[in-house]
Design a protein around this ligand. Structure first.
Ligand code: 5AD
Ligand code: FES
Length: 355
């Protein structure tokens, strides 16, 4: 039998979009051994909230992983600079434009340029890319996911035409941040980047890995408080998955359930936020992305990178879709959504205020 107290907290979260610290911690701890009735109550409530803003629409983002060179050495990430087993690549401008062209033809209206922090891509090169993409695909939104930069660089990209920026904060707790990253990286710097991006005018996305090594409910609470302060337009969360060639290769993965619970909590807290059901979620469970959508997510980000490089952009082990072509992923995704009562749409899929 579902615990009435938990159901009441879920109702309160929907109504007030927040809870006290103690109630959040209680909810998070109880959800870990929740029965099916409680879980379904949470998922259905979150799905109802997403339907109020977005109906059954699911937005597509075409992900172009354009470089796997990275100067950073995050302990969890498969393309960290110390991982000498990675065969490094960079896509050329023409290859990137080709990806966009293919993507455009099959209905993508948002492109996400994601890469490691690669010094080869100077601001000049990045701006040149942005200008070229926006010129050729002027009805598309362009999202950057290329890490920590200076205010001036972010401003240049924005002025060149970039619309959105994804930069997961990874964890809002300084000690937990230290456990996941080497000395030279700082959680404070990263959070500050997000505020700068917002100030410049980007639609911004922050986020975390669920079940990253050392993560506690208290850390998640701090993440929720940080998100309430930042008020992001997008929140990217997916399970931590161990990656060979990293110091965290033998750590346990985050779970499907913890990720789904958190997706629903985020949907209730941020009714209009753009919330992807991530590839990592699809990697730990065959229908993880569909379950994510049913738990309140409204975005999917299929891969648009050329098949020749897909198996080189491995942030974690077992990543799905590395052998599939862009068209295959696009149609696969359409079917997956349809079978569950949702529809992928051909649209930029902006945050409601900015539409
Ligand atoms: N497992 C899951 N997600 C990961 N990321 C990086 N490494 C892993 C991993 N091992 C996520 C980080 C990063 C995003 C691009 O991918 O949160 O911000
Ligand atoms: Fe890539 Fe299904 S989304 S094959």
């Amino acid at each position: 039998m579902a615990d009435k107290k938990i159901l009441a907290l879920i109702d309160e979260l929907e109504k007030n979009k927040t809870l006290s610290d103690n109630d959040f911690l209680f909810l998070l701890s109880q959800l870990k051994h929740a029965d099916e009735e409680t879980e379904n109550y949470l998922y259905t409530k979150a799905d109802t909230v997403r339907r109020k803003t977005y109906g059954i629409d699911v937005y597509l983002r075409g992900l172009i992983e354009f470089t796997n060179h990275c100067k950073n050495d995050c302990y969890y990430c498969g393309i960290r600079r110390s991982n000498t087993n990675v065969s490094r690549y960079r896509l050329t401008k023409d290859e990137i434009l080709d990806c966009c062209k293919t993507g455009y033809e099959i209905g993508y209206r948002t492109f996400v340029l994601q890469g490691g922090e690669d010094a080869y891509y100077t601001d000049e090169k990045v701006c040149d890319l942005i200008t070229a993409i926006k010129k050729q695909f002027s009805d598309c939104a362009l999202t950057l996911s290329i890490g920590e930069k200076s205010y001036e660089s972010y401003k240049k990209y924005y002025d060149a035409g970039a619309d959105r920026y994804l930069l997961r904060h990874e964890t809002a707790d300084p000690e937990h941040y230290r456990r996941l990253h080497p000395e030279e990286l700082s959680g404070e710097f990263r959070k500050n980047c997000l505020y700068q991006l917002k100030e410049i005018g980007y639609q911004v996305g922050c986020g975390i890995m669920v079940g990253s090594p050392g993560q506690t409910d208290l850390h998640i609470l701090k993440d929720l408080r940080f998100m309430q302060e930042l008020q992001p337009h997008m929140i990217g969360i997916g399970p931590f998955i161990p990656s060979a060639g990293t110091p965290m290769h033998d750590q346990p993965a985050g779970t499907l359930e913890d990720t789904l619970h958190l997706l629903s909590i985020l949907r209730l807290m941020f009714p209009q936020v753009l919330l992807p059901a991530t590839t990592a979620l699809g990697t730990i469970h065959p229908t993880g992305r569909e379950l994510g959508i049913k738990a309140g997510a409204n975005v999917v980000m299929p891969n648009l990178s050329p098949t020749g490089v897909r198996d080189k952009y491995l942030l974690y082990d077992g990543k799905i879709c590395t052998g599939d072509k862009a068209e295959e992923c696009r149609h696969c995704m359409e079917g997956r959504m349809k079978r569950n009562g949702y529809q992928v749409v051909v649209s930029r899929g902006d945050y409601p205020e900015t539409r």
